[in-house]
Design a protein around this ligand. Sequence first.
Ligand SMILES: [Fe+2]
Length: 189
Amino acid sequence: MSAPLAPSASAAPLAPPHAPVRAAAPSVTAAELLAFALRTAADPAVVDSLPLDPEGRTWIRLDGPGGSEAWVIGWPPGTGTGWHDHAESQGAFATARGRLTEHSLAVRLPSEGWRSLELAPDLDRSRSLGPGTGRAFGEHHVHEVLNDSPTEHAVSVHAYYPPLPLIRRFSRTGQVLTLEQVERPADWQ
Ligand SMILES: [Fe+2]
């Protein structure tokens, strides 16, 4: 059933013409997501509850702050995500066990309207995140995360706000990034 129409007398006043349009501030900031990821990564009761599988990544979903989406993820040696983005979600992650490497691009890419693009030569960034360290990122962040260790399992905590509407997966050959796949929540939940 459709909602009854509100009487016109109670309609919200119109904004004045040419009023500045401001984007709504996110109700959860990237800094809050990072604080949550770091706090949770330091909680053995949560980290130790993750089952580990030497053959592949494992994960459990958590409730993050303010309605955000959060995950604890286990990474066997040599596993990684491949290049992807998180659409309009901002996020953060923190390492709880082992060490993760993040390769990222120091540029904000258009999220739509392209299938393949050539990156300028100076955009690559890498960081290594040991236990108790993490990083936050804004919307349209493109990265890959991997456990480079030949021997040690890694565990990390990730949080995203808004909850991920989709993930775009890319292949990369040299400086050329190509959109390969769009995954939606039904693909990973
Ligand atoms: Fe990611």
